[in-house]
Design a protein around this ligand. Structure first.
Ligand code: F0G
Length: 482
């Protein structure tokens, strides 16, 4: 799709699919949205779908399925043990990753639970390019510590580096030299590093990381939840590998890792997850605990229908026209916002467009959650639901002080094949209006703060009646519009 040029020279993404099932949306008036965000305690996780226009909370479990995926669900083979559906999925995993053993699980964090239970011992460390919330929790619960060894580029909001998700291999070598291999449970590489803006790693970096791990007998684990975006970025940004097909890149990646796990809520566009490996001893150890937490070995907590759809979804992930849809829509959104002077993470990554709330709302201190305030404000002025990825998503220190996040981001996820370009344009338009009126936005403070996972369930209130003032200004400017 990227090499189709418009006669007008306009540069816009072009969908290589057509819409055959639709869901009606409604856009409630701003007055209702103001009420709704207050009912939700200013936490976008607690909003009800009926009050939302464009749901950009996440790409997890909400990607559009293809006609082939839906059709495959009808031929699912229902049985507790030994279903044909599982065999088809297992064979697809072998074909795509060339990995012999596959354990199904109900979602990505379930894989993290099994892997951490088997591999992490008290006092061990797990080096990685960047943590994901659930990953860190599972490692910590089992007595381990996460060591982030990202490169100097990773945390720069604006950069031209195409692979901000790379591991700094010098840091990896010094960690090994400092602690010795015994202390390292495994090395984890996350495709499309979620929390720093969906930024990919390069194949060159993986080759180097894998070599270091092999030389030191350390297990290398790939979190492939966001692999589809990362595959597209390798193909389109890494000159050295541009002649490899997506299948060849995938096989190459898999050959460099000992274990691959994924959330199929993202990879494969269904709901589920799985762990793949060629290491039979490790497989046997993980296999033992699977029935305890997930289900029997041939379904692992997934419905057979989802497994059939996953088999097709993984196959479709090998199609460049399919996997580039997300990244090129995101790139469009990032470029348009940048042109208007709105601070966003660059280069555009996968998963979604990330707005830099630290600069957007530079007058709000981190202790008043600028990214959370931006999420609430954007919902009020547009009905668009995003996700706070900043201090609010951190957990307080044992002494009660805040852990100030490295970045304050508002993530606007673009689930794959879900939104049209005019919907993306609407979101851009309302973000621009909000940027012009940003001085009206102020911070948030907790009224109900759970000790763990506060970003999921916590309730907050505005520090002043700024939301009413924002609504009034919106009404003045958009007197006859929703
Ligand atoms: N790893 C990565 C990189 C993820 O992005 C996620 C989920 C998981 C693991 C856990 O998978 O949700 O199936 O248990 N990310 C979702 C998100 C929640 O909204 O970004 P899960």
């Amino acid at each position: 799709m990227s090499n189709i040029k418009f006669f007008s020279n306009e540069e816009i993404p072009l969908e290589m699919h057509k819409v055959r099932i639709v869901q009606k949306l409604s856009l409630k008036p701003i007055e209702r949205r103001l009420e709704a965000i207050n009912e939700a305690g200013n936490n976008t996780f607690l909003l009800k779908n009926k009050d939302i226009f464009l749901d950009m909370l996440t790409d997890s479990g909400v990607n559009a399925m293809s006609d082939r995926q839906q059709a495959a669900m009808l031929i699912a083979d229902d049985s507790y043990a030994g279903s044909e559906t599982f065999t088809r999925l297992e064979n697809k995993i072998k074909e795509i990753f060339n990995m012999e053993f596959f354990l199904p699980a109900h979602q990505g964090r379930a894989c993290e639970n099994i892997i951490s239970k088997v591999l992490v011992k008290e006092g061990q460390i797990v080096p990685m390019n960047y943590h994901f919330t659930t990953t860190k929790s599972h490692i910590t619960v089992n007595g381990g510590t996460v060591e982030e060894i990202f490169t100097d580029e990773a945390l720069k909001i604006n950069s031209t580096n195409p692979f901000k998700g790379n591991i700094d291999t010098d840091k990896l070598k010094s960690l090994i030299a400092k602690h010795g291999t015994e202390k390292i449970a495994f090395v984890r590489l996350e495709a499309g590093t979620n929390l720093i803006g969906g930024q990919p790693f390069s194949l060159k970096n993986l080759i180097e990381v894998s070599r270091i791990c092999k030389d030191n007998n350390i297990i290398l684990i790939l979190d492939a939840s966001l692999l589809s975006d990362n595959l597209y970025f390798i193909k389109s940004r890494e000159e050295e590998f541009k002649n490899l097909s997506i299948r060849e890149i995938t096989l190459k990646i898999a050959s460099l890792c000992d274990v691959i796990y994924f959330s199929a809520r993202k990879l494969g566009c269904v709901r589920g997850g799985g762990i793949c490996t060629n290491n039979s001893a490790l497989f046997e150890r993980m296999k033992e605990i699977l029935p305890l937490y997930e289900g029997f070995l041939t379904y692992g907590g997934m419905s057979v229908r989802e497994m059939e759809a996953l088999t097709v979804g993984l196959d479709e992930t090998m199609d460049e026209d399919m996997i580039n849809q997300g990244p090129i829509f995101i790139e469009y959104m990032v470029n348009e916002l940048s042109k208007k002077g709105i601070p966003v993470v660059t280069p555009a990554g996968g998963l979604g467009c990330h707005i830099d709330a630290m600069r957007f709302l530079s007058h709000i201190p981190q202790t008043q959650y600028p990214a959370g305030a931006l999420a609430a404000a954007l919902y009020i002025v547009s009905g668009v639901r995003g996700m706070e990825r900043g201090t609010l998503s951190e957990q307080r220190n044992p002494d009660g002080s805040e852990v100030l996040s490295n970045m304050e981001l508002l993530r606007l996820a673009l689930p794959r094949r879900v939104f049209t370009l005019s919907q993306v344009k609407y979101a851009i338009d309302r973000i621009q209006w909000l940027f012009e009126n940003r001085e009206l936005v102020e911070g948030l403070t907790f009224v109900d703060e759970p000790k763990i996972l506060r970003f999921f369930f916590g309730k907050l209130k505005p520090v002043s009646p700024w939301q009413e003032r924002l609504t009034e200004k919106f009404r003045k400017d958009f007197w006859d519009s929703l």
